[in-house]
Every structure is written in structure tokens, then in C-alpha cells.
Design a binder for this molecule. Structure first.
Ligand code: GLU
Ligand code: MG
Length: 478
């Protein structure tokens, strides 16, 4: 295992930051146009009419513009216009403002990433690509969440580290024709029960088929705990790929549901006092093909680097909740004894610890060892979440942090205060976020402040809501 050099040569390490993004110049635009022309011809031959360009806003909602397939070439080179004030949209579509970003003026360009261009299996005639956001002059938009995730991955790469990440997808289905409040579930089978699987057998088969057609590698699919809930996990990928995959998987689940008369919710709390929809983040760190979470001298085989990285994440976790549990409704979910990871601690295979260490069965191979961050939910913007967790981990790695003592059992069974709780409200998480130098530096002021404005806006929006009102107001927004 190699270590950082700071203390070896006695000089303070320069912060390893990704270099600035190259602007879109004439040459790059021409290259993109040429690639898009070929891709568009292929899609048109497959009867695709339109291409969806998506980005995820700071409230956690996926927003889109579309172009007819013959305009893909132009969009790839010059983008599609989108207002910068989308960065300060709230979950109910009201709009706040922030110091650097906001107001009705200005325009950005959505540039589709052709590497992820995918024909949609459950929306015939449509293709999808995630978009990066640029200014008119071709410079990268500092509020672009996808760029942030990419930069965090680049910062890891500068340290020789390749992270593999994956976000578990949990959702609840209800009958589309029924009144939305309260949701009427199409199955009343028990948690994890075969009953639920049989009731929705065709839906789930079509979902597996659609994901497969889109080249997405499903690891498993099962009924989850809460009424009408299911969970899907996919093969881990690099940080940007995993965030894109999360967006595409959620879109696909929704689209298959529509074809089966089902409505889909990714809300953190579909019901005010039941198990919610988590978005657990799995993560492993690799150098030269070696998993840094295995075969090291530390606890459970952790290398020093893996331990320091995880300790950095644990240290920053209260502030990270402002990105990973971003709605006031997130805190209806993040409570003890719901396997949501409400305690700021780590433990081996401990489902009540925010950080669950998963060494994998001995002999299964290096790919199985990973860490799972359970406290995050499906309202989180996956780009912000993954980018920020990496930034926090790298800060821990640079500082050579060590993990505290492990918490082996149920923290709620211990005397109160023995294991710290994570923030129990968005207001408390936002207070932590406001003091996080690590996150401010990683996000950069424009993005950091736009996120802060959105969080404050939603705190004001839902002030005084009862848990039932809060769940109802957010249930069908995510
Ligand atoms: N649905 C639970 C959550 O809100 C997680 C259940 C599990 O997969 O462990 O995080
Ligand atoms: Mg689950």
C-alpha cells in the first residue's frame, strides 16, 4: 500500500485538485457534431423520434429538455438552452435565488454526453442522454452538478484511486387510476414476500427486460419492507457512471410502471411514519486493480487509505446530509430502527450504522468488499451525493484520519448519547453544511450557495407542516 507523501518529504502536500475543465472550442464542437451525426442516423434507423436531455437540479428533481433526433447533431455541438435559475428551483417548482445563481436573466447550454446516449426500452421512440451544462461562451457552468461529480472523480484519480460506486434504488408503486392520497398499492403482500412478486410479476419482468435492453447490469431486484415498495441494485461503476445509471434506472422504472398502470414514488417518506425510500451508496476504492478495502493491515482488512477515506466521510456525514438527505421530508425517514442508518457510526454489517462495512464472503473475490452509506435517500441528487462523498473521503485520506471505535449492535439499545445521532432535521443538517469547509471548497461557491438557498427555501416552504402534510406534499414530486 502506498501512502501520501506529505509527511514523508516533510513538505505540506499541495491540495490535489482537478485541473479546470477545458472549454468547448470550435474543434471540440466539430468532433461532437460528427459523432452525433452518426449516432442520430443509428437512432433514426431504430425509429427513435426524440432525444431526452436530462440534468438533476439541486432539489433532487430530474429536469429535461428534448430535441427531435435530427437536432441531436446541433445539440451535441451547441447545446440546448436552459435557464440558470433551474439551480434554485424548489421541489414544488417555486424559485428562490442565491448570490451567484438566480434571477430570470441569462442562459446555459445543455450538452448531451454521447457516451451515455441510450435508446429507451420502455419509452418507444425516445432516447436519453445526461447533459452537462455550459455557459454560452463554451466555459463549464460552475453550478453543473454532473461536472462536480466528474471533478471529484478526477481528484481521486490524481491520487491514483479509482472509486467504484453504486446507488441502491428503492421505490413505492401505487395504482395510477386511484386518487393519489393516500396511495392505493397494487399489492398488499408482505415485506420481501413472494406474494408481492407474484402480484406484479409482469411488471417486474418487463422492468428486468427494459433494463437489460438498455445495457444495465442488474444485480438483484426484490420486494422491500414498506407497502408497495421494491428495490433494485445494479453493478457498481465509476462515480459519474453510477450517478447517470441512477437517473436512467429511475426513469426506466417510472416508464415501465406507466405501461402497467402504476405510479412511482422515490420520495424519502411516502408515509409519514413508515420505512421510507433510501438511496444507499455503496463504494469501494481501487488502485492498480487492488481493492483498498481488502487485504490491508487494518480492521477487517482495511488498508490505511481506505480507513482514512471512510473516516473522512464519517467526519463530514452531518454536513453531507444536506446533500444526501436534502428534503425536510428526509428526516421522517432517517430515524432509528428503520435500517436507514440514523447514527453517526460504523459497524461490520451493521444496518443501523450510517456506515456499514461489508467485507464480503471470504473467497468471493475482491469485488465484494465495499462500504455502504445508508443514511442517504432518494431525494438526493446522485451527482451531488457521489461527488461530495468522494470529496469528504479524499479530505480524510489527505489528513490520514482514523476511524473511531466500531459500534457492533443496535445503537438505539445503548444508553442515549453513547452513539451520536446524525442530524434529526434538515435545519440541523444545513447548520452543519454551513460550517463545512470541505464541502464549500469542493463544490465551489456558486454551487455550494445555490444548494444552500434551495435547502433554506424548502425549510421555509414546509415550515409548520405536520409529518402527514409533509409526506403528502412531497410524495409524488420525486
Ligand atoms: N428502506 C430502508 C431505508 O429507508 C432500507 C432498507 C434496507 O434496504 O436495508 O433506507
Ligand atoms: Mg433496501
Amino acid at each position: 500500500m502506498s501512502t501520501t507523501t506529505a509527511e514523508q518529504d516533510g513538505s505540506p502536500a499541495a491540495p490535489l485538485q482537478a485541473p479546470p475543465d477545458p472549454p468547448l472550442d470550435a474543434e471540440l464542437r466539430a468532433e461532437r457534431a460528427a459523432r452525433a451525426r452518426v449516432a442520430a442516423a443509428r437512432l433514426a434507423a431504430e425509429s427513435v423520434e426524440g432525444v431526452i436531455l436530462s440534468w438533476v437540479d439541486n432539489a433532487g428533481l430530474t429536469r429535461v429538455k428534448t430535441v427531435p433526433v435530427r437536432r441531436l447533431e446541433h445539440a451535441a455541438a451547441w447545446g440546448v438552452g436552459a435557464a440558470p435559475c433551474f439551480d434554485v428551483f424548489l421541489v414544488d417548482d417555486s424559485i428562490t435565488t442565491s448570490r451567484h445563481i438566480g434571477g430570470p436573466a441569462g442562459d446555459l447550454r445543455l450538452i448531451p454526453d454521447l457516451d451515455r446516449l441510450t435508446r429507451l426500452a420502455a419509452q418507444p421512440g425516445w432516447a436519453w442522454a445526461p447533459a452537462d451544462r455550459y455557459a454560452q461562451d463554451g466555459s463549464a457552468h460552475p453550478g453543473c452538478q454532473r461536472r462536480f461529480a466528474r471533478r471529484s472523480a478526477a481528484a481521486a484519480a490524481l491520487r491514483g484511486i479509482e472509486p467504484l460506486t453504486g446507488i441502491e434504488i428503492e421505490w413505492v408503486v401505487a395504482l395510477a387510476g386511484a386518487p393519489g392520497e393516500p396511495p392505493v398499492h397494487p399489492t398488499h403482500g408482505p415485506a420481501y414476500g413472494l406474494h408481492r412478486l407474484v402480484d406484479l410479476s409482469d411488471y417486474l419482468r418487463d422492468l428486468l427486460h427494459a433494463l437489460d435492453e438498455q445495457g444495465m447490469a442488474v444485480l438483484q431486484l426484490h420486494p422491500e419492507y414498506t407497502p408497495g415498495q421494491f428495490e433494485l441494485s445494479l453493478d457498481p461503476e465509476g462515480p459519474l457512471g453510477a450517478a447517470d445509471t441512477t437517473v436512467l434506472a429511475r426513469q426506466t422504472i417510472r416508464a415501465v410502471g406507466v405501461r402497467h398502470g402504476l405510479r412511482t414514488s422515490y420520495a424519502p417518506a411516502v408515509e409519514p411514519d413508515a420505512v421510507g425510500n433510501g438511496a444507499h451508496l455503496h463504494l469501494s476504492l481501487w488502485r492498480d486493480g487492488q481493492n483498498l478495502g481488502q487485504g490491508g493491515p487494518g480492521r477487517y482488512g482495511l488498508t490505511g487509505e481506505a480507513e482514512s477515506f471512510l473516516a473522512g466521510v464519517l467526519a463530514e456525514l452531518p454536513a453531507l446530509l444536506a446533500l444526501g438527505a436534502p428534503s425536510p421530508a428526509s428526516y421522517l425517514r432517517l430515524v432509528p430502527r428503520r435500517w436507514a442508518g440514523a447514527y453517526r457510526c460504523w459497524g461490520l454489517e451493521n444496518r443501523e450504522a450510517a456506515l456499514r462495512l461489508i467485507p464480503g464472503p471470504p473467497g468471493e473475490g475482491p469485488a465484494s468488499a465495499n462500504a455502504e452509506l445508508k443514511c442517504f435517500d432518494a431525494a438526493a441528487n446522485p451527482y451531488l451525493l457521489i461527488g461530495a462523498v468522494l470529496a469528504a473521503g479524499l479530505a480524510g485520506l489527505d489528513a490520514r484520519r482514523a476511524l473511531p471505535a466500531e459500534v457492533p449492535g443496535d445503537p438505539a439499545a445503548l444508553p442515549e448519547g453513547e452513539v451520536p445521532r446524525l442530524p434529526a432535521s434538515l435545519a440541523a443538517a444545513v447548520a452543519e453544511y454551513q460550517t463545512s469547509g470541505v464541502l464549500r471548497e469542493a463544490l465551489g461557491d456558486p454551487l455550494y450557495e445555490a444548494v444552500l438557498a434551495v435547502r433554506r427555501g424548502e425549510l421555509a416552504l414546509f415550515a409548520g407542516h405536520s409529518p402527514a402534510e409533509l409526506a403528502a406534499a412531497t410524495r409524488w414530486r420525486y
